[in-house]
Design a protein around this ligand. Sequence first.
Ligand SMILES: [Fe+2]
Length: 511
Amino acid sequence: MLTDRRQLLTQAAALAGVALTPAAWTSAAAQTRMADDPFQLGVASGEPTPDGVVLWTRLAPKPQEIGAGMTAAPVAVRWEIAEDAGLKHTVAKGQTLAVAEAGHSVHIETQGLKPGRDYWYRFTAAGHSSPVGRTRTAPAVGARVDRLKLAYSSCQKYSAGHYTAHAAIAAEHPDLMLFLGDYIYEEPNTGKGPRLHPVEEPTDLATYRHRYAWYKADRNLQAAHAAAPWMVIWDDHEVANDYGGDQDRTNPDPATFLKRRAAAYQAFYENMPLRRAQVPVGPDMLLYRSLAWGSLAEFQFLDTRQTRNRRTCDAVSDGKRIPADCPERFDAARSLLGMPQEAWLQDRFRKTRGHWNLLSQQYLMEAFTTRLGTVGNDGWDGYAASRQRVMQGWRDARVSNPLVLGGDIHCFFAGEMALEPGGKPIASEFVGGSISSLGIAKPSDMELLLAVNRGLKFGEGQHRGYGRVELTDKEATVTFRAVADALVPDSPVTDLARFVVEAGDPGLKRA
Ligand SMILES: [Fe+2]
């Protein structure tokens, strides 16, 4: 059905935070054909429910330019979603306005779709058609589901390598894709690495938008977005390295930093297939949420950046701030999530009906000592009581088959978590490598790490790639997929290692 025009205007205005007049709509509808294709950032979908998904695009006829080649004028965008790849059996369609205040992004929350099936969608605007994307709705609430296949990864520093892993993800046609942070890197271009990106470090909305457009022009990234619905969370580099709350390593003034955070969050929202619930309000954005996949799985997505307590245990060496050990990291009053998010998570643990419960977050979660014998203070180790409460929550609520998925460290890791050091596993965790960011390359360094971190059963940092997770009632199978060489385009992708976690037995086995 075509959406009512009044509703359209209200929706677009709400998203953009501005009042759109009927005259704005008329001028948008009268838009003539653009000389350049405005769909050069591709299409995406995300946030699947049993009756809908979010459809996304962003108009950018000149992705490499600040402003992406768009003017301040709104542009009318039509969308359609169909039951077939040829878009013959359309089940919903409508129009909206892409407005400058939202970076000419479009977020359509479709409704009335059937649960647990594939759909295909497309946008048209200014005389051009977008590529066709494939997406999938979640199964009906509580429905029995035989199998779920998902891919997950993180950390795609554009200058560090090619997005070959995304091409492989697209070829798998997963039911779902999880991106666990560091979608962009805010760093200035050093000129090193196989690919260049803009020189300047983004600090305001225009420059963050520019950085996203540069990344999203990548054809392999577009293919992965067009292949499956995505669920996204962020890590630090979507804003600034190692930031937490209003605390930044290079900008000591919280008020100034929060302005930068507001710009970064707005650009993140604009460039991801997110719902209205995620529209930022100033420097704040609600990112933690859950997703049910019938009765087979529930995902809990965490935000470990925005509402954490301030980092502690910083030491100074050679003029540089480095992490050190200190008793404050065990302080029960400190939280990596912030207490409201912790309370929400414990509530999910009590209410979840998922056979598998996948904690989807940014880090390697278990206690971790570096090869220099130091402990990181940026992640869960800097907030050890917070981690303990999560694990205790699994135990107290008798959460069915908890599993942890993570990113951040640019390596593949498989490990077992325990309530006490050396105790019986309570959950297995899997860090699915990085798309392109470089990790611990020397095998001897990795051997040392595995020797001192006994919970880790596998580690590999030489290859880029992603994780594949296949869930059935009986078992979770996790396959680490490695790109032979991400420094060159189109390198082969092969299985690096495979693990099985059996339902009812939280430890992992090499398969
Ligand atoms: Fe990263």
